[in-house]
Design a protein around this ligand. Sequence first.
Ligand code: BGC
Length: 386
Amino acid sequence: MKKTSINLLILFAVLCIFGCNQKENQSKTYSKSMENIQVSDYGVTSKGDSIKKYTLTNKNGMKVEVINFGGIITSLTAPDKNGKYEDVVLGFTRPEDYFGGNPYYFGALIGRYGNRIANAKFTLEGKAFSIDKNDGPNSLHGGKEGFHTKFWNIEPVKDAKFPTLKLTYTSADGEEGFPGKLTTTVLYTLTDDNALEISYEAETDKPTIVNLTQHSYFNLSGNFTKEITDHELQINGDKFLPVNETLIPTGEQKVVNGTPFDFTVSKPIGKDINADDDQLKKGKGYDHNWILNGNGLRSIAKVYHPESGRVMEVLTDEPGVQFYSGNFLDGKYETKTGGKNGIRTGFCLETQHFPDSPNQPSFPSTELKPGQKYQSKTIYKFSVKK
Ligand code: BGC
């Protein structure tokens, strides 16, 4: 009898120690992804919102900084061929320049509709909608008060494998003219293979349209006054969408072969940018949507900066990418490395559905209905070529 109770006691003690260890291991894993997220004060908006900056760090020392205003990436470092990590995304030096409207959409989350909608109008299930007209006759990037100007709730994700931020924003029915209350969640994850993964989800309570993207401008030289024309770009897209004078797709799907838009084989961005070409004139350089080959999450573009050895690969499950060569950067603001943000000192590869899809029935649909879930994923992965 005595022996049995001693045995039971031992069994209980062993189970207890095992249980405690399990708990400890679990909390270590939790705190590991959390340890790599630092939070600090960033600034206060004119509305009185206190903005925080979240810094994600991976095991190699790569860092991504995100603020809860516009879900903006204010800094992202990547290694060069000597292992030196430098900031490679354009941004302002003063918080007020983000809070005051962010004229170039530096680093921002874009919604509800990335890119342009012709005449700021569309029809959905027989109903006509007018949205904010903020780009000549058109609507651009969700309107003047789009998602890039909103206060996003940010929570570090406790049980994630890598440092991850969960951003949420609820857009009221009718905001900027769009129908339906839209609840959006974006995850930013910094993996140990130097990739920033961005996952988007959205749900609505009325039929609506959605096309979310990220508007970071990259300059892999790490010097924001240098032009990006020496970066070598390859895009897995055999066709692109020609545009009219206001940068709305004409509906034509043009083969890139034999045009300055052929990036199927890697070439410097500057190689053909000044060619005598009507489309380049309309965009003042490249500002077009490429129809990406294949589907599902796949590698769609690669950028190589020979001098630094930095490489950025883009993967997405979207059908299109807007390659924008920073043609409207106008030298009005100081860059984070001194000097001014002149023309073509950054480029964007904005993964998305095609511009003006709500008015172009031949394009993949951007409609979202109640009960459906919008889901999209894009990865920017950094490496080095020696
Ligand atoms: C557009 C450009 C626009 C820029 C805003 C890009 O996505 O394609 O035309 O000027 O965003 O900074």
